[in-house]
Design a protein around this ligand. Structure first.
Ligand code: ARG
Length: 292
């Protein structure tokens, strides 16, 4: 059992990096999985012939919601839409920095109506909406770390969206190519551990086998202190996690990742999202950070 109690006051120090781990309050957007099911297959995890239990998905999701609130974070909600079973994976709904929301334009038609639904929500909640011309799946493929945008391509977001996201936010964009269909969004292959807006403490964990050689070389150079993920955790999407700089909410069964995090002075908190894993998503997929 890797579940630990949320612990906001303790600040451990990382003996290796000498950095102190400081949690900072975040704001997240989530969507209650009231219409969750697996009725189509757009990634290798989905199997429409296997039954899903919507109530169980809701209960597990509620635990994730309660965990964030217990850690002192703010969670905002978008209304679920009937017929859009993947809307629970809000990470794909956009990418938000400094009050601007770059809207999503989904690869597969089954999810395409989610794009406008999220853009409406951003517009009504005080964000400047940047409408996308290029195919992109939001924070599923764009990760903000150390002031730069790590951008995934290969399965979902088109590389043209990497140029577009760079123009919108005026930030450096680093293109990373995914090669393993099971890790089809960048947030299934990289976890942002310390997303502060400066280079000093920015760090990640990643799964080397998910990337092509060019991308791997970039990751090794940019993040020499990264945690190298254990492949055994990835059957639970172990890297698909949310960090506030100290507390890291991860899949309950990702025990190797939990140990690696503890060694580095982070506080792993396990949450069981087994039902949502049937749709090919985990903790991070169910969470979109709202940076105002
Ligand atoms: N069923 C969804 C899809 O295939 C899962 C999305 C997972 N989201 C993520 N951020 N990795 O599009």
């Amino acid at each position: 059992d890797t579940t630990t109690t949320p612990d906001t006051d303790a600040q451990a120090s990382d003996t290796r990096a000498g950095a102190s781990r400081t949690p900072t309050p975040r704001t997240y957007l989530m969507c209650r999985p009231e219409h969750f099911t697996v009725s189509y297959k757009i990634n290798p995890w989905m199997e429409p012939s296997n039954p899903t239990d919507t109530q169980k998905a809701i209960d597990q999701w509620q635990t994730l919601y309660d965990t964030y609130v217990g850690l002192g974070h703010t969670v905002e909600l978008i209304d679920p839409v009937e017929g859009l079973p993947d809307m629970v994976y809000t990470a794909n709904g956009g990418f938000v920095i400094d009050g601007t929301a770059y809207g999503a334009k989904f690869t597969f038609e089954q999810r395409q109506p989610e794009g406008p639904a999220f853009m409406d929500w951003f517009g009504h909640n005080g964000f400047t909406v940047a409408r996308p011309a290029e195919i992109n799946e939001g924070e599923g493929d764009f990760l903000f770390v150390g002031g730069v945008i790590l951008a995934g391509t290969g399965f979902r977001s088109a590389s043209d969206s990497h140029r577009e996201v760079g123009e919108i936010f005026g930030r450096e964009v680093i293109t990373l190519t995914l090669t393993d269909p099971s890790f089809y969004h960048l947030d299934t292959a990289i976890a942002v551990l310390d997303p502060r807006d400066d280079d000093a403490n920015a760090n990640i964990a990643y799964l080397p086998s998910a990337f092509d050689e060019r991308s791997l070389a970039i990751l090794q150079t940019r993040f020499p202190d990264a945690i190298i993920a254990d492949p055994r955790d990835q059957q639970f999407l172990g890297l698909n996690s949310i960090s506030d700089g100290y507390n890291v909410v991860i899949a309950a069964k990702a025990e190797h990742f939990a140990r690696q995090l503890r060694e580095r002075g982070y506080n792993p908190i396990g949450v069981d999202l087994s039902e949502l894993l049937l749709g090919g998503g985990g903790v991070k997929c169910c969470t979109l950070e709202l940076r105002r």
